[in-house]
Design a protein around this ligand. Structure first.
Ligand code: F6R
Length: 242
């Protein structure tokens, strides 16, 4: 795993953009795997700014997102679809019909997972952006998720519900289930960019980089990826061996 340590969030976002830029400048019809959460917002700001200033076009690109809450409509301002529209899609020239996220309102969960796996198979990702949970989760793959799982639905852990409660009026409003790509789908991307910010991620980052490769720490699977870059701020990297 290639490790880039940056001073603060602005620098982290800049370094993450440098990795993403190689992909979006290098391939007009790239497929971008994207993540939500607070971590990649700075990267999306850089992409939007570059589009505005330099006219970098996303018209031929496709995007696929990691995950979506079950039960939230795209119009719900806490859905991940809404988040992506706000933070990125509405700010660049990607065509909305080329942006894929699981359908949170799907009634047949198994059919929705199969539909999403088929999309992922048709659209090999040139890069997959990831954040990391304080417990080492990637997407909504919580500790214990088998590495060979593809898209599936999960009951969120109490830890993740608490972490995500900051985005809702109260913890009771956080959805209890979600659709998520599985570890296997994530590993299928040609390149992975994982971003980690803040001291509360330090333990998970250490486990991911230096610990055993185990489903108990889902991000540790990334040690097996041939082209994975971690961009971390000093706080998140603080427990790594110097
Ligand atoms: C988001 C996702 C999650 C987040 C992780 C970190 O699509 O799948 O795994 O990447 O929970 O979240 P933040 O960035 O809010 O700390």
């Amino acid at each position: 795993m290639k490790i880039i340590i940056a001073k603060d969030y602005e620098q982290v976002s800049e370094r993450a953009w440098e990795v993403m830029r190689e992909v979006v400048y290098g391939k007009k019809d790239a497929v971008l795997g994207l993540a939500t959460g607070s971590t990649p917002i700075g990267l999306y700001d850089k992409m939007a700014e570059d589009h505005r200033r330099n006219g970098t076009s996303y018209r031929l690109m496709r995007t696929v997102n990691l995950d979506e809450y079950a039960g939230l409509s795209p119009e719900n301002d806490q859905s991940y679809r809404y988040f992506m529209n706000e933070h990125l899609f509405n700010r660049i020239d990607v065509q909305k019909q080329n942006t894929f996220i699981e359908n949170g309102l799907a009634e047949d969960e198994a059919a929705e997972c199969a539909r999403y796996n088929a999309i992922l198979a048709q659209l090999p990702r040139d890069i997959q952006v990831l954040g990391i949970g304080a417990n080492g989760h990637i997407a909504f793959n919580e500790p214990g998720t088998p590495f060979d799982w593809e898209t599936h639905t999960v009951a969120l852990t109490q830890n993740t519900i608490q972490m995500n409660a900051r985005f809702f009026k109260s913890e009771s409003e956080v959805p209890r289930r979600a659709f998520t790509m599985g570890p296997k789908n994530i590993m299928d991307a040609k390149r992975i960019l994982i971003i980690a910010v803040g001291a509360n991620k330090a333990e998970a980052v250490r486990g991911m980089v230096e610990g055993a490769v185990t489903p108990d720490l889902p991000a540790s699977i990334l040690q097996r990826h041939p082209d994975c870059t971690l961009v971390a701020d000093e706080a998140a990297a603080s427990l790594l061996k110097k």
